[in-house]
Structure formats: C-alpha cells, structure tokens
Design a protein around this ligand. Structure first.
Ligand code: TYD
Length: 276
C-alpha cells in the first residue's frame, strides 16, 4: 500500500517479491537447494514459488518435452535458443511475473544464464544474438540474485547418472569436455556480473551448500522486516555498469584471456585450482 509521498509505482516496486535463480552444470544440486532455500523463505513468513526451466508453466513444460527429447538438437543451437526463449516467455508471463507482482519470492532452477552458457557459448552463437534474445525475452525482469553452484564436471555428471538411472537426456549425453567448458562459462558469467551473481562450492555437503546460499541471500537481498541494508558503493557502481551493458563482451574477454577478479573469492579459488 502506498504511504504518503510515495507514488503507486514506488509502492508496487517496494512490494514486489524477489527473483532468485540457481545455475550450474548437470548434477550440481540445484533442485535440492531450490527447495531448501524456499523452506528458509517460508520460515520467514514469505510466499516462495519454486519453479524451473525449461518449464514452470503448462506451455513451457510442453516445450521442455520437445527440447529434452532431442528433436530440436539437429536444427542447431539457434533453434534451441529460440525454443528455450519461447518457453521462457510463457514461464515469465504465466508464473514468474504474477508471483513477483503479488510479493512472492521466486526461486528458479535455471534461467537465462543457461541459454547464455549451453546455446550461446557452447553453441557458438553470436553473443549479440544471445544478448538481444535475452533483452526481448526477459526485459527488466532479470534475477535479483543468481547463485552459481559450482562442481567439477565429472562429479556433476556422475551424480546426474546416479539420480537418473536410465538413458541420459539431450545435454547429459554430451562429453566431459562440453561439461568442463560449461562450468567455465558459468564462472565467467559470475565474474562478469558480481553484483548479481554469487558462486558457491557445490562439492560441499548439501547442508553446507544450503548454509552458503542462505547466507548469500541474507547478505544481498534485504528480507522484509530486517531493516534497511544499504549496499556497498562499489556494488552499486558495478550494477550500474552491468545495466549499461547486459553482458559486456564476456566472449571477447575470454578470447583475449583477460579475466577480471570476481567478488566471490571462494569460487575464484576453486576455479583457479581447477584451471589447466
Ligand atoms: P533438466 O533435467 O532440468 O536438467 P538439470 O537438472 O541439470 O537442470 O534439463 C534441463 C536441460 O536443459 C539441462 O541439460 C540444461 C539445458 N538448458 C539449456 O540448454 N538451455 C537453457 O536455457 C535451459 C534453461 C536449460
């Protein structure tokens, strides 16, 4: 409800929920952690919607079936990126935006960073195409916080195989080199956008990963009733820079081998450890 001096728009923005995405390779533990995070939020009396991509709405789930069956793969990475984006448009319209508007916190297992990584970087698509696609699909509804759960590709694939039991899906069937590159891409995204992203070590126990994620949420997103928590100046400056260029030249910098320091030092340490 608007207070004196507050415009309707400001009041609506203040009452809006928060949008948290979990990203990472196969078997990183995202679904488990999404449920645990929602549990913490509900304990604080917040409405939490746990959802996933591809999927999260009836039409998007139908598109998911198609993509994961592998029928789109022969059409190329651009076709896949468009299919994931079509699913995302419906997911945002039918589930995410209405939830945020009524004040719910949305915890989404994968989102646009997966398209950047799987189709963009690994599908060798022009970064400008991916950026534009993200801009028209997601618009201003970018996540408030993205948690990258980082595990070595071999560990994640072994976990995914154990969980699944049967035949691998479209992406699980890719080789180890693909999944190693995927891991590096997620870490690059986090390094490019430290104001939005935090990296947690997914090799830790599920309880420890849960603790790290909850600590990051409390640090980065003020919970209602926890009082004002001004962000450090350096973060605001970084956020403004990011808003000016949604995903600034990540690929160019990767090619040139120039890597900026990430704010998330434990993850950077783990990346440097795993670097060849
Ligand atoms: P899923 O069974 O949900 O895998 P996971 O448990 O690892 O999230 O399958 C989703 C697959 O789709 C996963 O391999 C990642 C891939 N994907 C993309 O390639 N692009 C995207 O934009 C998204 C959201 C997912």
């Amino acid at each position: 409800m608007a207070t004196r001096g507050e415009t309707g728009e400001q009041a609506a923005a203040a009452d809006r929920g928060r949008f948290i995405t979990l990203e990472g390779g196969e078997g990183a533990g995202k679904s488990t952690q999404a449920q645990r995070l929602a549990g913490h939020l509900r304990e604080r009396g917040l409405e939490a919607l746990v959802t996933r991509e591809p999927g999260g709405s009836p039409k998007a789930e139908a598109i998911r079936e198609l993509i994961l069956s592998g029928v789109v793969a022969p059409l190329g990475a651009a076709a896949e990126a468009l299919m994931f984006s079509a699913a995302r448009i419906d997911h945002l319209d039918a589930a995410i935006r209405p939830a945020l508007a009524r004040g719910a916190w949305v915890v989404c297992d994968r989102f646009a960073d997966s398209t950047r990584a799987y189709q963009g970087a690994l599908g060798n698509l022009d970064p400008r195409f991916i950026r534009e696609l993200e801009r028209v699909t997601v618009g201003p509804d970018r996540p408030d916080l993205t948690v990258m759960i980082d595990v070595p590709a071999a560990t994640g694939l072994a976990r995914a195989a154990q969980r699944r039991g049967g035949a691998p899906d479209r992406f699980e069937a890719e080789g180890l080199a693909f999944h190693e590159a995927l891991r590096r891409t997620f870490l690059d995204i986090a390094a490019d956008e430290p104001a939005r992203c935090v990296v947690v070590n997914g090799e830790a126990s599920p309880d420890e990963v849960e603790r790290q994620i909850w600590a990051a949420v409390q640090e980065r997103l003020p919970l209602p009733g926890s009082g004002p928590q001004p962000k450090p100046v350096v973060r605001d400056a970084q956020r403004r820079k990011e808003q000016g260029a949604a995903h600034p030249k990540g690929d160019e910098r990767r090619k040139s081998g120039d890597r900026r320091k990430s704010a998330s030092s434990p993850a950077r340490a783990s990346r440097e450890k795993s670097a060849p």
